[in-house]
Design a protein around this ligand. Structure first.
Ligand code: ZN
Length: 444
């Protein structure tokens, strides 16, 4: 939609709503959702009754903090009961459910996620904000290089592309080489994938097809599924590999796509505050964080989806607020996007450690290949960090010199010592998502 001669906003009214009006809108929607869940979801009614909370206590903003936090485990436990497979989380009649999806189950039993048709429209609308902000328009031909299966992400992205009027090409079933050939054949100019897979595609393009990915005619890539595209060094690597602009976007099955990067690339993501209430909480004390640059755990409420309410959901993502973006959106900025997950941010030798920091360091050393493996283990009572890396096949630098540079950079960035192992190029695992590079083998 054009505003003042530009068309930077998907929804110029909501995206530029003054903060005071935005908070009033969020509070109104939040209260409506809590009342709905208490009336219609056996899970929420039980949880709130157990904690002695009543929806009528919600009179002013601060009352939000009285509402009990909900965990993924609560959804898992609720789905043991009827109606199959959603159980007590379901807040609409089963016949109103129009779509089934589920979480990947990477951290345990998958959560089954129902959406009514209205819920599904909200999900795709949230993705549309992200795509539009990244410059996707109806002139784009967009490739989605995944088999969508029962997982939410690519389905939402696909429908949102259609909503914008993009021409969308589903790339399931095919292997990476076939996908690249299809992209070339159809002259697609945009795609969406995890950062790890974006790099893998570039690698396969160069080394298996002998095509420079920069010659593929891609001008923009939307990344989600892991935090890499907001890490400056990784973003540069992705953008250089394809000669395209790369935008980060955060989505979760339980909540939907809740934060996106705009064309200003402000070094962070806009929380979509029209559709979500996004809170930051101190990781140890649970106190709300409103200050800038203080890391906290992200707690999210979906404000507009009624089939499976998600109220004050502990996303386990870590983020921090930043100053407003210059693009004119009033939605707050999460500096550096998502900084990993609370359950991956761990104490090593008493120091708070985020594996994403290692990603950033490895990417700054050009002699190293993109793939690595990070292991935390225990040597007696002492934590030990082992980092397995590969040299680029064409690298001519001395391995010992690269090792001491890597060790120095890691110590600067994390204050920790790493045991560094070199492995022959191409022998480390190449996962599609980054978190699988990190293995914590200590008994908890
Ligand atoms: Zn912006």
């Amino acid at each position: 939609m054009k505003i003042n001669g530009t068309d930077i906003y998907w929804n110029p009214i909501l995206e530029t709503l003054p903060p005071i009006k935005l908070r009033a809108l969020q509070f109104k929607k939040f209260k409506r959702m809590v009342e709905w869940a208490y009336e219609n979801s056996r899970l929420y009614r039980r949880r709130y009754d157990e904690e002695g909370f009543k929806p009528e206590e919600l009179q002013r903003w601060e009352d939000i903090y009285k509402v009990p936090i909900i965990q993924k485990e609560d959804f898992r436990n609720a789905q043991i009961r009827e109606p199959w497979p959603y159980g007590e989380s379901l807040s609409v009649p089963l016949e109103d459910v129009a779509r089934f999806h589920q979480t990947t189950g990477a951290t345990g039993q998958p959560v089954y996620m129902p959406d009514t048709w209205a819920d599904w429209e909200v999900r795709t609308e949230c993705w549309a904000y992200a795509l539009w902000a990244a410059g996707f328009r109806n002139t784009d031909r967009v490739f989605i290089p995944f088999g969508y299966n029962v997982y939410m992400g690519s389905w939402s992205g696909h429908y949102a592309c259609e909503k914008l009027g993009c021409e969308v090409v589903p790339g399931g079933i095919l292997n990476t080489e076939e996908r690249l050939l299809k992209m070339k054949e159809l002259r697609v100019n945009a795609f969406m994938a995890t950062p790890t897979y974006v790099l893998k595609m570039a690698d396969v393009c160069r080394n298996k097809l002998n095509i420079d990915p920069r010659e593929m005619g891609i001008d923009k890539i939307l990344c989600s599924g892991e935090p890499g595209a907001s890490v400056p060094t990784t973003k540069k690597l992705l953008e250089d590999a394809w000669n395209a602009r790369v935008f980060d976007f955060v989505a979760a099955t339980e909540v939907g796509g809740w934060a996106y990067e705009c064309a200003h690339q402000p070094g962070g993501l806009h929380a979509n505050e029209a559709f979500f209430l996004t809170e930051l909480m101190d990781i140890d004390t649970g106190d709300p964080i409103e200050e800038l640059h203080m890391p906290g755990k992200v707690v999210i409420t979906t404000l507009d989806r009624f089939g499976h309410p998600c109220i004050r959901f502990d996303s386990k993502d870590v983020g921090m607020w930043d100053k407003p973006c210059g693009c004119g959106r009033s939605f707050r900025i999460l500096k550096g996007g998502v900084h990993g997950r609370v359950d991956h941010i761990t104490k090593v030798k008493g120091v708070l450690f985020s594996p994403i920091a290692v990603d950033e360091v490895v990417r700054t050393i050009p002699e190293l290949a993109d793939d690595y493996e990070l292991i935390v283990t225990k040597e007696g009572p002492i934590d030990e960090l082992i980092l397995k890396v590969e040299m680029q096949p064409e690298a001519t630098a001395d391995q010992e010199a690269v090792k001491s540079k890597l060790s120095r950079e890691l110590r600067l960035r994390t204050t920790l010592h790493f045991e560094i192992e070199f492995h022959p190029f191409g022998t480390l695992e190449r996962p599609h998502i980054q978190v699988h590079r990190f293995k914590d083998l200590r008994a908890h």
